[in-house]
Ligand binder design. Structure first.
Ligand code: URA
Length: 244
């Protein structure tokens, strides 16, 4: 059987953003940390770090946040940037404040432009992040694009050709699928994540993307009941579904 990892309580909670080790020690001393209903007053004690810890441990009366390996699905609103350090509104502002202090840090899995909305994943699991964005995995991303001008009917074949070149690049795009919804609206499925890819693909055929929304990523769809700015944690089954 695999050995259960253990951690000092102060080190674990501090790496989860709950405060400095001194702050955790003080909180534990006054009964602010419980495990299976019992006060853990000595923050230097080692505890087993099992995935069920959030159902057994409470901090100030609230369930512990997920331990390492969390994946968050956010319905990204327009106007927020996928960056840790740019000016203005950042997607991280939506999440609980202490999550900014987690180590390992939570990062977006790929990026959506400031003016793109929809399904965005974030994680503290670096391996998972790299597997999702790796071009070798061909994880499909489906975007709904609203266009400034009517489609002319030739776009689908070019996008699917595997020959399409974007300006300033020397490698053709992998085949992408276009599903026409109306003269000025389409779903585009791509497996790469090049810079401004969807906007540049439509620009290359003389059009202009006015609105862009990501509806799907791999086997995950943006839940209909998740409003812009809302997020949920993915279950282990949903994490597996990313690659299906
Ligand atoms: N393609 C774009 O042009 N923008 C995005 O945000 C995502 C894909």
């Amino acid at each position: 059987m695999a050995k259960v990892p253990t951690s000092r309580l102060d080190k674990l909670l501090s790496s989860m953003g709950y405060g400095s080790r001194n702050e955790i020690a003080r909180l534990a001393k006054v009964g602010g940390v419980t495990l299976d209903g019992e006060d853990l007053t000595d923050a230097t004690k080692r505890i087993p770090v099992t995935p069920d810890l959030p159902t057994r441990m409470e901090i100030d009366g609230e369930p512990l946040d997920p331990v390492a390996g969390m994946v968050i699905l956010l319905n990204k609103p327009l106007g927020m940037t996928c960056s840790h350090k740019e000016d203005g509104a950042l997607v991280y502002d939506i999440l609980p404040d202490r999550w900014r202090r987690r180590d390992p840090a939570i990062s977006t899995i790929g990026r959506l432009d400031k003016q793109t909305s929809g399904l965005l994943l974030l994680t503290d699991d670096g391996d998972l992040l790299h597997r999702v964005i790796s071009p070798k995995r061909h994880v499909k991303k489906v975007y709904r694009a609203k266009l400034a001008r009517p489609l002319n009917g030739t776009e689908g074949d070019l996008f699917a050709s595997g020959q399409m070149m974007l300006e300033g690049e020397d490698k053709p795009l992998s085949p992408a699928q276009l599903e026409v919804i109306s003269e000025t609206e389409a779903l585009l499925s791509v497996t790469e994540g090049r810079y401004h890819q969807v906007r540049r693909m439509f620009a290359a055929v003389g059009n202009h993307v006015e609105e862009l929304h990501r509806e799907r990523l791999g086997g995950l769809a943006l839940p209909a009941d998740l409003a812009p700015g809302q997020w949920k944690l993915l279950s282990p089954e949903e994490i597996v579904a990313i690659f299906q």
